[in-house]
Ligand binder design. Sequence first.
Ligand SMILES: C[S@@+](CC[C@H](N)C(=O)[O-])C[C@H]1O[C@@H](n2cnc3c(N)ncnc32)[C@H](O)[C@@H]1O
Ligand code: SF4
Length: 374
Amino acid sequence: MSVRSFGFYVHVPFCSTRCGYCDFNTYTADELGSGASRATYADTVIGEIRSARGRVGDGRPVETVFFGGGTPTLLGAGDLARILDAIRSEFGLAPDVEVTTEANPDSVSLASLRELLDGGFTRVSFGVQSLAPHVLATLERTHTPGRALEAIAEARAAGFDHVSADLIYATPGETDDDLVASVRGVLDAGVDHLSAYSLIVEEGTRLAARVRRGQIDDVDDDVAAERYVIVDTLAREAGLEWYEVSNWARPGGECHHNLGYWRDGDWWGAGPGAHGHLDGRRWWNLKHPAAYARAVADEVPPIAGEEIVSEEGRRLERVMLGMRLREGITVDGLPAGDLDAVAREGLVDVHAGRVALTSPGRLLADAVIRRLTH
Ligand SMILES: C[S@@+](CC[C@H](N)C(=O)[O-])C[C@H]1O[C@@H](n2cnc3c(N)ncnc32)[C@H](O)[C@@H]1O
Ligand code: SF4
């Protein structure tokens, strides 16, 4: 039996509007077209889950489930709980299973959060992004700062011990004070986990077009590095430690599902465009919800492509993902010359056979990892 962790990712490809910066595989009602609908989506995914059972060996209860999007909470708590029930009945859930859903602040209520908790969910991750109204406007978010804080408070009041907030920093026009108020605001509202990423200007998005036309400045890398230090300092002061370069948690609040990805675990990815990884085989589903739904209805695997990852490929991935973790990786197999050089520059610590990023190293994580894997 494999010792790797086993998780389940369920992609929900719907949003009420598309934020200007986002290039995720998600569709508004207008973009969706015919052949796929929110109303039938839960049954379609359940169809994929039932057919998945035969392709995963016995004895692998699911340790983590993560509903991501898109906006999973647009489906409604009843549909999300039904999908979770299907995973439970086909695979079995570990006794201490972690079940997360991403949520937009304006797509939940106290009642729907209670329903999620009763349905077996243990964690909610809110896309807050910022608490500054002008930053939310630049990002084209639909919620107000007040609603984001209310949603976090509702999740805590509903009984969720684990509540996370996603923030985006270094959005053009954001000030240091905007970010300080955003981080303090979500921490005070009661999250035990924080994810913070610098805004990425993705090709093909409305944001990229506005940057190209000169209507918005591009993201400044030096500003982004300073803002990262602000997030890290405030999170630590509030009792949350970094455990991955862009993720902080109170002890026990870490996202075990994402740790599974970073520690080279196995997972099934259900839903359009979802990726899965089992025992060295990687596959990805058909991207469009209509094509995906047709395949599931026809009882053929809804897969667009697959590959067997070579031993060398897996070794590289273990370095690339594991080096982002506070725990780092074992030094075995790392090129000694490169490791010595980055250690001499103070970018990594080598201790008891393991190597991990230092504080200055975290600011240059991508470059350090490139030097260790080139
Ligand atoms: C795909 S979203 C799903 C969550 C939910 N729909 C929301 O946005 O509130 C997951 C997270 O990815 C991050 N994200 C998406 N696009 C990004 C970008 N271009 N730059 C930085 N972060 C991004 C946001 O922080 C977002 O909360
Ligand atoms: S709500 Fe989330 S998934 Fe949907 S468009 Fe905005 S960032 Fe992307």
